[in-house]
Design a protein around this ligand. Structure first.
Ligand code: IMP
Ligand code: MG
Length: 169
C-alpha cells in the first residue's frame, strides 16, 4: 500500500499543531476531548506536544462499520459525568470526511455551554474546508482517498501502522 505520510512527517506536523494550540490556549482551562477510536495515537502525541495544564477526556463515535463510506448514521457515546460547562473544549479527531460525526458531537457538547469549542483534526478531506463552521486546526488536507494507519482503521484493521497509507482494494 502506498504511504501518504511517513511517521516522521506526521510527528513533525503534530509538534507544529501542539505549538499553535499551546500559544492560543495559554493559561486557559482546557479539556482535550479525543474521539475514539481513530484519534487515539494522534491524541497521545498531540497531548504531549501541548504545554500547559490540560485535562483529557474521551468520547466514542462510530459511523462507518465495515464500509469505506459513511453510513450517515452516527452513534455517539458521551459519559454524562464529564463537565464541559465553563471549560475550553478542543475536540481531537483523526479525519473529517462528511463532517457529520463532528456536527453531531458539537451539537451535544454545546448544550452544556462550554466557554469555547474548537476542533483539531489531523486530516481533512479535500473540498470540505469551505463547509466548516467551527474553529478548526488541522494537519493535512488530503484527496478523497480512504486512508489507514496511525489510528485510522478499515474494519478495525491497520490502526497500529506507524505511517498513514492509502487503502488499496
Ligand atoms: P465523517 O462523519 O464523514 O466526517 O467521518 C468521520 C469519521 O469517519 C472519522 O472520525 C473516521 O473515524 C472515519 N473515517 C472517515 N474517513 C476515513 C478514512 O479515510 N479512513 C478511516 N476512517 C475514516
Ligand atoms: Mg473517528
Amino acid at each position: 500500500m502506498k504511504t501518504l505520510f511517513s511517521e516522521a512527517e506526521i510527528l513533525a506536523k503534530v509538534e507544529e499543531l501542539g505549538k499553535i494550540i499551546s500559544n492560543d490556549y495559554k493559561d486557559k482551562e482546557v479539556i482535550l476531548l479525543g474521539v475514539l477510536k481513530g484519534s487515539f495515537l494522534f491524541f497521545a502525541d498531540l497531548a504531549r506536544s501541548i504545554h500547559g495544564d490540560i485535562q483529557i477526556q474521551f468520547i466514542q463515535a462510530e459511523s462507518y462499520g465495515s464500509s469505506t463510506q459513511s453510513s450517515g448514521v452516527v452513534k455517539i457515546n458521551i459519559n454524562k459525568n464529564i463537565v464541559f460547562h465553563g471549560k475550553h473544549i478542543i475536540i481531537v479527531e483523526d479525519i473529517i470526511d462528511t463532517g457529520l460525526t463532528l456536527h453531531k458531537i458539537i451539537e451535544s457538547i454545546k448544550l452544556q455551554n462550554p466557554l469555547s469549542l474548537s476542533v483539531c483534526s489531523l486530516l481533512i478531506k479535500k473540498n470540505k474546508i469551505n463547509s466548516i463552521d467551527f474553529k478548526l486546526y488541522y494537519g493535512f488536507e488530503i484527496e478523497d482517498y480512504f486512508v489507514i494507519g496511525y489510528g485510522l482503521d478499515f474494519n478495525e484493521k491497520y490502526r497500529c501502522l506507524r505511517d498513514i497509507k492509502i487503502l488499496e482494494n
